[in-house]
Design a protein around this ligand. Structure first.
Ligand code: MF3
Ligand code: CO
Ligand code: CO
Length: 289
């Protein structure tokens, strides 16, 4: 992270010079920002590890994109992700995570998240599919996902739910700044999605991320009291990953214990990035061109 010079205004927003404020009292800094140990603030070494893991994960996303075409099975997508990750000496985080059987999540149409790749699911013109890739590099996790249009025959509903999800992640990212309340970021996402006539899934959230796949804080994509005390601080790394439904927000879990589908069978879309809160804003660690 860029170093603040002694005479510059303190990034905590106190209005004092940095040298008179957080520079001399890291404990004070923590107070300004509403520090909670469980928010997992990363040190310099962690941040370098996260940058490296996320940049590989972004490379993996760039690799898989051109393969998302009509005719490919989700099993084949899984094999490509798995082999590419191993060929680079890394670990696909989903594999065996709490018993998840594959190396990537592939969520087709009304599947909200955690879709399990299989030979039977073959992409066809008009589908939308979320591909969620997560890699462990030297212990650190990078996590991101995108929803793809398969072919050109995309319904207006599919476009609306996909573009609403894409934009809601951007809005979330635009709102990430040190000193801001997490609940305001989450609220901005919720307001946008509801304004587009779509709904926000409530059963799954974004999450802190680092040496663990899922850590504190939880990052819901709606306002909720459980996060009212969380203030964004430099060194926090977390995901934003809004799951947006065209119909009702409710979901159900299939018998495989993983696949989450919309309860009403309506379309669902999702985008995800891993973020770092910096001294003056946000770094999208999993950014691709
Ligand atoms: N990648 C998902 C997330 O964004 C989590 C997948 S867990 C798995 O948090 F076990 F299904 F892989
Ligand atoms: Co995630
Ligand atoms: Co993910």
């Amino acid at each position: 992270m860029a170093k603040t010079r002694p005479n510059e205004p303190c990034p905590c927003g106190s209005g004092k010079k940095y040298k008179k404020c957080c520079a001399k009292a890291p404990i004070l800094k923590n107070k300004h920002f509403g520090y909670r140990k469980k928010d997992n603030i990363k040190n310099e070494k962690d941040i370098i590890g996260m940058r490296t893991a996320c940049s590989f994960n972004a490379q993996l996303m760039r690799y898989i994109r051109p393969h998302i075409q009509a005719g490919i099975s989700t099993e084949e997508i899984n094999t490509l992700v798995h082999d590419y990750t191993l060929a680079h000496g890394h670990i696909p985080a989903p594999l065996n995570y709490h018993g998840f059987p594959k190396s990537v999540c592939t969520s087709l149409n009304h599947v909200v998240c955690h879709g399990i790749p299989c030979k039977e699911d073959i992409l066809k013109n008009g589908d939308i599919i979320n591909v969620d890739v997560t890699t462990i590099v030297d212990g650190y996790h990078g996590d991101q996902s995108e929803t793809f249009y398969v072919g050109t025959d995309i319904s207006d509903d599919a476009k609306l739910v996909t573009e609403t999800s894409r934009r809601s992640l951007e809005i979330g990212i635009e709102n990430v700044k040190p000193g801001r309340k997490l609940i305001d970021v989450c609220g901005a996402i919720e307001d946008f999605v509801l304004g587009e006539g779509c709904s926000v899934v409530r059963d799954f959230t974004g999450h802190g991320i680092g040496l663990k796949f899922h850590e504190e804080p939880q990052v819901p994509h709606y306002r909720t009291a459980s996060i009212r005390n969380v203030v964004l601080q430099p060194g926090m790394t977390f995901t934003i990953e809004p799951m947006v439904n065209i119909g009702d927000w409710r979901i159900k879990i299939l018998e495989d214990k993983w696949t989450a589908v919309t309860a009403d069978g309506s379309l669902s879309a999702q985008f995800e990035h891993t973020l770092l809160v910096t001294e003056d804003g946000v770094e999208v660690l999993t950014a691709t061109e």
